[in-house]
Write a protein that binds this ligand. Sequence first.
Ligand code: SAM
Length: 347
Amino acid sequence: MVKEAMLEANEGNLPSVAAPVTPPDSGERTVSKGRTKKSQEISWGKIRQLIERYVRERPQDHIATFLADLREIDISRKDPSAFYRTRDLVRPMGQKIMAAVGQDLEDPFYYPDVRAERYTTSTISPIRYLMGCIRKDTTAIVEFGSGWSTNLFQIYVGHGTTRSASIGYHGAEYTIEGQECAKRLAQHDGKINYFAHSFDYRKPNIAFLRKYTGHILVFTRHSIEQVQTINPSLYEDLCSLRAQVTIVHIEPVGWQRSQELMRRRADDDAAFFGGIGETIDGDIVSVERQLANAAWWSWRLSYNTNLLSIIEDYCGRKKGRLVKREYDFSGVGNIMNPSSLFHVELW
Ligand SMILES: C[S@@+](CC[C@H](N)C(=O)[O-])C[C@H]1O[C@@H](n2cnc3c(N)ncnc32)[C@H](O)[C@@H]1O
């Protein structure tokens, strides 16, 4: 029973899992809108109940164990490509495999791998990537749309209590249940400098970051996806902080690079997207179709349409520098809603 409740509660928590709405057979968007605040509150409320129970029944356990129980420890190996860089015997193979996806062995994200009997590439976990963005002068780490802050807690577990002593961890979340759940976990740990804040991408308020100097690591993970149009003032506000800001988005917006799909979405072209929905499994090979399917998923749930344009605008105006961009690197939770990564240094 507990296991069932956990799986149910956790369903909406997997970063790549979209809203628990019934998928339509075709592109009929009238039956599918983005996740409601209420349903998100219910999900995070269930996780909170589980955490209360864990704390009560296993008071000596570390939060890492609770995260593992909730299927939320995904820190991955550090620098898996080092093996190929340092071994003459396998380096040419490694180079060739990476070159096939336009990468080299210096890439900090992809590494050579074998999957389903074939040489291919995999990526380190987003948590590991974010950990790599922490600097000696990092004073705060913040996730917007943080849910119950599982990503922040994983970063904390990986980075460790000692090195986290001078870092404020901030979960900025839409739902009270997510905030309360995170506070309970932080309280159980007792050492993390954790703060929960109410946050809405449509009216962003980041006053809680104004006191920081040094460097702030900001990230988002499958939360901007849920807001059709985020307020671009978020970037202006981040630029106006005293600290230097790194921002990493892990969001399913790779399809936004297609001008054609963006035009169809702006036109709310139901016939076009309906056609994609009706032939969804027709082509599982081409990149174009993968993008179209992701655009369809976004359209039927009224998911985000403006993140990529905000990033491009900022970098185009030289107010930020795009350090890394990886389109559609993983569909681990839902192949229809694949994650892309954008790493930007704001100026
Ligand atoms: C799929 S969950 C991801 C949560 C978390 N980022 C993670 O990876 O576990 C989406 C999150 O976006 C939040 N969200 C939805 N609408 C939002 C809004 N307007 N502003 C801020 N966050 C929002 C939800 O409350 C939820 O916590």
